[in-house]
Design a protein around this ligand. Sequence first.
Ligand code: NAD
Length: 503
Amino acid sequence: MSTDSLPVIPHWIDGARRASTSGRTAPVFNPATGEVQAHVALADEAEIAAAISSATRGFEAWSAFSMAKRQTVIFKFRELLNARKGELAEIITREHGKVVSDAMGEILRGQEVVELATGFPHLIKGAFSENASTGIDVYSIKQPIGVAGIIAPFNFPAMVPMWFFPVAIAAGNAVIVKPSEKDPSAALWLAELWQEAGLPDGVFTVLNGDKLAVDGLLTDPGVHSISFVGSTPIAQYIYETASKHGKRVQALGGAKNHMLVLPDADLDLVADQAINAGYGAAGERCMAISVVLAVEPVADALIEKITERIANLSIGNGASTPEPDMGPLITDAHRDKVTGYIDIAEQDGATIVVDGRGFSVDGHENGFFVGPTLIDHLPTTSRAYTEEIFGPVLEIVRVETFEEGVELINSGAFGNGTAIFTNDGGAARRFQHEIQVGMIGINVPIPVPVAYHSFGGWKASLFGDSKAYGVQGFEFFTREKAITSRWLDPATHGGINLGFPQN
Ligand code: NAD
């Protein structure tokens, strides 16, 4: 509980900011300065119940809106978001630390899903089969599922909720967003924008909190689905707990994404892309490249090119002008975890080619910075290789063949994203076929699919059978009814027949 005079970030329930009465809060830092800038409310049982009951009422109202009326609200939301996204980018940078242009990038990728959702009637159309049996028509309709819980990670406070809520709301559901307690303000801003767009109260709720709020959403029968994005152990817990309570679940987990570089690749392109995908957002992206698998003899030349580029990167406060390339990590605890993995790599015999430990930015000595780090000769038995680091750390692993690279990727626990860099179309085609990963880039390092395809990994990167957004998103947020119908007319009246119906 806070005892200072800093603001307490509230919930958004029933179409208004609701101050918390739980007496529990968590600090929200400015990662660039290390200062606590606010506190966020942590919901108690009464607040969780209030959020669910408001969302239940919101669902009843919203699901009765015609599709045309729903579409008008979503179009309006898209227009407001497009016009005012600069405000949201600044909020993200203030609490997350990423540079403003990168915050804008995540908003634009989220906005793509809003744009997809504007065309929702086409995506939730049913199907009709006339005269399936004599005089009998069979048709299916898609209806919303009810109240959808969305539990977000800290690293994309706007985009990740936007992977789900435009689709859920378009399909006629109400949503409760539980933001990360580390950067909760983006969700509140989005709630106000929905209200301005004309969304009825209760359709978009923000419930701030920690495990207590999450567990409330997972277990309350008033919540019908859970969309989660976060680390793998929590994703697995979410999947198991929500399933046990009868909910539909999609739980996206962590990642360790590899880039396989074949000897024929353009090494300048590879070095640029490794830098962008490894150090962008300080490596706090689930689709970041963490490991460069260099098929020999390219490793030495590639390391030289990456090292040259690291020397030119600027690191600082993401809100500064001119804008640096990279900002800080989210918390001091996370910074220590990341530097701890660099220690482990070193203890396990790796070479630290560029060391980001102990990095300091002038005027921001208390900020949570780690410099871009490059590690070579990392043993694949090291925990620094097998586990997700989620920081600005690129690891080089040298392999002799394409097959050795594919084997290493396929033997890992995660299967979120991967990329191959080559000019050999046959090798790329073989890679896309053999690799056990959900999203693949061919000479593209962060292959986040566009909104009309779906986002999701394999193995420990996704629990459940449904990816985010795209057609699969609409499947997740609707349930189908099949209707078999006969309108009696004298020509088809079959009379009494107690036998099992046959065609
Ligand atoms: P996290 O798992 O710590 O937290 C995610 C959410 O779960 C937060 O809202 C948090 O409040 C809640 N939570 C945390 N501990 C909990 C517990 N014990 N019980 C119930 N709820 C709990 O993840 P994070 O640190 O916020 O985000 C980073 C992680 O998210 C990384 O592992 C990253 O790879 C992953 N991620 C994955 C994707 C993807 O698409 N697969 C996308 C973005 C981030």
